[in-house]
Ligand binder design. Structure first.
Ligand code: TXA
Ligand code: MG
Length: 321
């Protein structure tokens, strides 16, 4: 039995926060300028109409997010995305390969893009993603237009990967909510900018190697507020300090293990990076609730999805940049 297995939400009460009525209410909430707790395959988002500056302002407010940090616009398909941004061949090939899925593309805005200025933090670029989660897709299709959805945590906290965690973070700010079960991936989407040379702004479940196989080598993010605003923001911090590369806990510490061994929190006893990614944020939250002196985390291999896991761990430990 694995209590952390992703829950697809199938076979539930159709009147609950995942059925037809909940979907219709969520689409109506978006049209009315309200916010929606939205499940995706990566993490839960706090969603609003990307074309409505008041709704977008309410998201920044609810999260306590600095307004220089722009939001991702989520759409139902590539055709809708192409009305919002300018796609070159590289962008189209990545979109065709990985959408719907955990990849965000930062592209120049289309002349008549409806994504409002505030959602883009005033930039002439826009971040776009087509999520794969069936409830997210159903809502985007019902609503029609682009939907901004930053992770549903308050700014600086770990992203929520369960409905309960999302509701605890910003549920009180939402007019509607959809319960899509536990997020299958558990880490935010990979963010790639295609402006000058392709750059990896945030590693994620679509790996560097998968992207490079299609469009060639990826440059690093610049330390530039205009092109990589997300790198200035504080991120993913639990209350307790986080100690990395720990081979075991010291007295008073909570320990997040990786690999064989019996521990209260083992990110993956079999050493599987997908399982570790899916467990990471919820275990950080659970460990933090026990008020430890620190949260010690075992070394995680760096290849593949390990790059994204180590990126989030470094940020949780306070090393930003
Ligand atoms: O998996 C995800 O992407 C989740 C789910 C809910 O879809 N959303 C998410 O959103 O992680 P958020 O707002 O927490 O992260 C968006 C990232 C930030 O690092 C932001 O700086 C970057 O995307 N970003 C957004 N627009 C950008 C732009 N125009 N140029 C550069 N970076 C941008
Ligand atoms: Mg976030």
């Amino acid at each position: 039995m694995d209590e952390h297995r992703p829950d697809t939400g199938q076979g539930r009460d159709p009147g609950g926060p995942h059925g037809e009525a909940a979907l219709a209410a969520a689409a109506q909430a978006l049209r009315d300028g309200g916010l929606v707790i939205l499940p995706t395959e990566t993490v839960y988002g706090l969603a609003g109409n990307a074309a409505d500056p008041a709704a977008v302002a309410a998201i920044f407010e609810a999260k306590g997010r600095p307004r220089f940090n722009p939001l991702i616009s989520h759409v139902a398909d590539l055709a809708t995305a192409e009305t919002l941004a300018v796609f070159d061949d590289r962008a189209r090939s990545l979109a065709e390969a990985f959408w719907p899925g955990p990849l965000t593309l930062v592209l120049p805005i289309a002349k008549d893009t409806v994504v409002c200025d505030l959602a883009r933090a005033g930039l002439d670029t826009v971040a776009l993603r087509v999520p794969a989660h069936p409830l997210a897709r159903a809502l985007l299709t019902a609503f029609g237009g682009p939907v901004v959805a930053p992770s549903a945590n308050r700014s600086g906290r770990p992203s929520p990967t369960t409905y309960a965690d999302a509701m605890e973070e910003t549920g009180d700010k939402a007019a509607a909510s959809l319960d899509g079960g536990a997020c299958e991936i558990g880490l935010e989407s990979t963010v790639v900018a295609l402006l000058d040379e392709p750059r990896l702004l945030r590693p994620g479940a679509v790996t560097r190697a998968q992207i490079e196989a299609l469009i060639g080598s990826l440059a690093e993010a610049q330390a530039d507020a205009k092109r990589s605003p997300g790198r200035l923001a504080r991120h993913y911090s639990p209350k307790a300090p986080v100690r990395l590369e720990a081979l075991g806990p010291e007295p008073g510490e909570a320990y997040l293990a990786f690999g064989p061994g019996v521990h209260r929190w083992n990110l993956s006893p079999s050493g599987d990076l997908r399982e570790a990614a899916a467990n990471l944020f919820s275990y950080l939250r659970e460990a933090d609730r026990t008020d430890p002196r620190a949260i010690a985390v075992a070394p995680i291999p760096h290849e593949g999805l390990g790059e994204a896991i180590n990126d989030r761990l470094k940020r949780a430990a306070g090393f930003v940049g």
